[in-house]
Ligand binder design. Structure first.
Ligand code: HPA
Length: 271
């Protein structure tokens, strides 16, 4: 495994100059974030040795290296989801590669369904903690001792310092943000009513199909993590006859994008 990680990292190092300090996984809500990176160098995933091959036609995504707010950053445009059929070590390989490149702080965004009754579609939620409901822990298997411990501490997976800073930024910018617990499960089905209710009872405020595996790996390697969800739909909609569609998820994510981009870029500036 370590050889694969190094092979990918060595190739990337041969294509870039400087050391990125911040990694950003661009999920929903940060779709255009990559365009704000200056002096950018783009590396398509298909060019990177050992990177997973996309299951869908077209491009699987790219890494965007460059400068933002005076920091060297690398963004992952496109991520690998467990529901697509990738193994956990494929889903999380890019995060390990980012660490090898020098990244010490990881930012993530995603789309999620709101469980907390006070949430509405179009809200943004700072992830303060998560529940791993994937059928497999992303660290299952032989531990890579050079990267981190066998039994990593998970008492603060999301940096309290970054959360506090993000809340200050949101307040100063007049942007309303919620804060809560994200439960990650495999998908690709959205939850049944009974499952939404179960997740609420378990203590989650939002539910989605990504992020948890990547964050577990990042924490294992000692990275600082900050994450936000776009609440694209809620578990108890005003019109219960109307289900959730993927188009709806995309539309809502698009509308909050400027605000979410603002919070992330100011937060990077504050590092
Ligand atoms: N459930 C799971 N994942 C999601 C949802 C949801 O309701 N909305 C957006 N991603």
């Amino acid at each position: 495994m370590i050889e694969k990680i190094n092979r990918a990292a060595d190739y990337i190092k041969s294509q870039i100059t400087g050391t990125p300090e911040v990694g950003i996984i661009l999920g929903s809500g940060l779709g255009n974030f990559g365009n704000r990176i200056e002096n950018s160098i783009k590396i398509p995933y298909e060019n990177i040795p050992e990177f997973p091959v996309s299951t869908v036609e077209g491009h699987s995504g790219q890494l965007i290296f460059g400068d933002m707010a005076g920091k060297k950053v690398v963004a992952m445009q496109g991520r690998f989801h467990y529901y697509e059929g990738y193994e956990m070590n494929q889903v999380t390989l890019p995060v390990r590669v980012l660490k090898m490149l020098g990244v010490s702080t990881l930012f993530v965004s995603n789309a999620a369904g709101g469980l907390n009754p006070s949430f509405n579609a179009g809200d943004m939620m700072i992830i303060r903690d998560h529940i791993n409901f994937f059928p497999q822990n992303a660290l299952r298997g032989k531990n890579l001792d050079d990267l981190g411990p066998r039994f990593p501490d998970m008492s603060e997976p999301y940096s309290q310092k970054l959360i506090a800073e993000a809340e200050n930024i949101a307040q100063a910018e007049g942007i309303e943000v919620k804060k809560g617990v994200y439960v990650g499960s495999s998908g690709p089905t959205l939850e049944t009513s009974a499952e939404y209710k179960m997740f609420r009872i378990l203590g989650a405020d939002a539910t989605g199909m990504s992020t948890v595996p990547e964050v577990i790996l990042a924490v294992h390697m000692g990275m600082k993590v900050f994450g936000m969800s776009v609440i694209t739909n809620v578990s108890e909609p005003a019109d219960p006859d109307k289900g959730t569609t993927h188009d709806e998820v995309q539309d809502v994510a698009g509308t909050v994008e400027p605000q979410m981009t603002k919070i992330f870029s100011k937060l990077i500036e504050s590092l």
